[in-house]
Design a protein around this ligand. Structure first.
Ligand code: HEC
Length: 132
């Protein structure tokens, strides 16, 4: 095999490897594109990216509850982070990225967790579990 072929092989391998972290990557991208505007600087008292003290009680609510409530909108936090096209999957991954950089250790929600999140969203919208 000559050097050029080896290079092509390495590029192909790199592409496969990068595909494996696509989820984490898209969470980071969504955070930067949608959430950072407020959560980067703490606009309107948004819990700041990396502020472990502010995030600890939120993380303690659990992934299903916190994701669902934030997606629907809480007080000054706009629904879907103010981006009507943002899917629950995209929103969840952005939140996972923010949480994991603020003292938490969450995973991109699996199918079962997404079902639970969607159920909580419906309940929240119907107002059957208002707590705030
Ligand atoms: C327009 C500004 C703005 C944008 C954009 C925004 N947020 Fe927020 N967010 C806020 C504010 C303000 C709060 C604090 C709400 C409060 O407690 O009054 C908040 C609170 C939250 C909370 C805590 C909710 C709770 O139950 O207290 C989560 C989780 C959250 N945001 C996630 C996100 C994610 C994920 C994105 C991007 C997809 C995002 N936010 C985009 C302003 C924003």
């Amino acid at each position: 095999m000559n050097a050029l072929k080896i290079n092509k092989l390495l590029i192909a391998l790199a592409a496969v490897t990068l595909g494996g972290v696509a989820n984490a990557q898209s969470g980071e991208n969504t955070y930067k594109q949608v959430c950072a505007a407020c959560h980067g600087a703490g606009v309107l008292n948004a819990p700041k990216f990396g502020d472990k003290t502010k995030w600890a009680p939120l993380i303690a609510e659990g992934q299903v509850t916190l994701t669902a409530h934030a997606y629907v909108g809480v007080r000054a936090m706009p629904p879907k982070g103010g981006n009507p096209n943002l899917s629950i999957e995209g929103f969840s991954d952005a939140l996972v990225y923010m949480v994991n950089n603020s003292g938490g250790n969450w995973k991109s929600p699996d199918a079962k967790t997404l079902v639970a999140i969607n159920k909580e969203i419906e309940a929240r919208k119907a107002g059957t579990n208002k707590k705030q």
